[in-house]
Design a protein around this ligand. Structure first.
Ligand code: ATP
Ligand code: MG
Length: 432
């Protein structure tokens, strides 16, 4: 039995050896006396060349019947060939059709016929046959892998928390209600409360990479209703400690992606720059000034509008933090500053005009937490089991949530978040 090889593994030095390839008919050109097939697999494209003189009649007839996107198995000889696209081709001795493809195709997998994003997403499996599309997901996969490697090395323990929850994390209306037997429940909007409860468990440093669900109505290039969130929480750390972990993670992952995803980055034409440490840290008040002096109005104490984010993004290249946010516009679990309670130990990590992460040092004192919950118009009774974890020895702690899709957008300079998800869920889309 011959080894199956990927197209990329077929190199001129294998000249004369026998091999097997499996993949899709990317293109077929029948010149009468010779048939060229471009065979595409996960790793690339290789030319299969069948001159009638060197091919059995039976096989030649079979090749003539192939159509675009048929799945085939090719057995043949590797031939060094300066004229072939990669300096090498396959002279087939046997070809098996593993699956046929209906014609015409709903989407052109070569990308020559341009299609709108919606059309592409409707036939996502075909869209992914384009190398510049699959490259995004190969990189996203590696990114998540390197994030795990980094966090494990930093001593974090991976946890899994429930996505079926009884009540809101932060109050608010951004929840998807579901039927849970005879009760109403919700899809989790964040692991926040659970990862904080883990701080009282002694696990010390935890992380979770899992979906979060946001019933946000907005339909923007930066928002989805289902997101993969990379979350950490660490005991005995303050906001600055976890900001350091976050910036270190970003730089390390960028370095790893640069080193291990060269082909994919080249396909995407992306020259990734490694940012310098430490990232700039802007006080919220400085941000208000920068935004206002750029001509966009931002009232002190308000969250950044889209216009404000854009104005800021024009001034700030690359990654930077915004810290000391007004306590009022951040969730109840964010620690107010002792000397100035209107300001908090909350921070955001931005990439130009895009928020990629939010984090903070948390309130760890039970009574202050109850007060903060009430102050935000929420009822402490609905937080009973969460609050209980703060009564019997809750260490000081801090953490953040990094959106995997937003980070992928930043890594690859992608403008629409839907490009970074296999099957995006947005205001209008629930299938496929
Ligand atoms: P934004 O202000 O951009 O809507 P947010 O402040 O509501 O985001 P957080 O609750 O702080 O979001 O969530 C932490 C991180 O999770 C965000 O920084 C972002 O990377 C990601 N995230 C949150 N909501 C979404 C969403 N709807 N779509 C994509 N990513 C999201
Ligand atoms: Mg945020």
């Amino acid at each position: 039995m011959l080894d199956r090889r990927y197209s990329k593994e077929i190199i001129p030095s294998l000249d004369g050896s026998q091999t097997i390839l499996m993949g899709w008919v990317h293109e077929i050109r029948d010149l009468g006396g010779i048939i060229f097939i471009l065979l595409r697999d996960r790793e690339g494209i290789i030319q299969v060349t069948a001159p009638s003189k060197k091919t059995s009649k039976e096989l030649f007839k079979k090749l003539r019947k192939l159509k675009k996107e048929y799945v085939i198995e090719v057995q043949g000889t590797v031939k060094k060939s300066p004229k072939a696209p990669r300096g090498v081709e396959i002279i087939p001795s046997n070809v098996k059709v593993l699956a046929e493809s209906q014609q015409p195709l709903p989407l052109d997998p070569t990308g020559k016929v341009k299609a709108e994003l919606d059309t592409r997403l409707d036939s996502r499996f075909l869209d992914l046959r384009r190398p510049e599309i699959s490259a995004i997901f190969k990189i996203k996969s590696k990114m998540l892998h390197f994030v795990r490697v980094f966090l494990e090395k930093e001593g974090f323990i991976e946890i899994n928390t429930p996505k079926l929850v009884a009540s809101a994390t932060e109050g608010g209306t951004e929840l998807f209600p579901i039927t849970y037997f005879e009760r109403e429940a919700f899809l989790g909007q964040s692991p926040q409360l659970y990862k904080q409860m883990m701080m009282a468990s002694g696990l010390d440093k935890v992380y979770e990479i899992a979906p979060i669900f946001r019933a946000e109505e907005h339909d923007t290039p930066r928002h989805l209703n289902e997101v993969i969130s990379i979350d950490i929480e660490a005991a005995f750390m303050n906001h600055e400690d976890v900001m350091k972990i976050l910036e270190k993670l970003i730089v390390k992952v960028i370095k790893d992606v640069k080193r291990h995803c060269k082909d994919e980055l080249e396909i995407l034409g992306r020259e990734l720059e490694t940012p310098k440490l430490p990232f700039e840290r802007l006080e919220y008040e400085e941000v208000v000034e920068i935004v206002n002096s750029s001509g966009v109005h931002l009232k002190h104490g308000e969250d950044l509008s889209r216009a404000a984010e854009k104005a800021l993004g024009e001034t700030m290249p690359g990654y930077y933090f915004i810290k000391s946010w007004p306590t009022n516009i951040k969730p109840f679990y964010v620690m107010p500053k002792e000397d100035d309670p209107n300001k908090s130990y909350a921070f955001d990590l931005m990439y130009r005009d895009l928020e990629v992460s939010s984090g903070a040092m948390r309130v760890h004192e039970h009574d202050l937490l109850v007060e903060r919950i009430k102050r935000q118009g929420l009822n402490p009774i609905s937080f009973k089991s969460y609050l209980s974890a703060f009564k019997y020895g809750m260490p000081p702690h801090a953490g953040w949530g990094l959106g995997a899709e937003r980070f992928t957008m930043a890594l690859l300079d992608i403008k629409n978040i839907r490009e970074t998800v296999l099957f995006p869920r947005d205001r209008r889309r629930l299938t496929p």
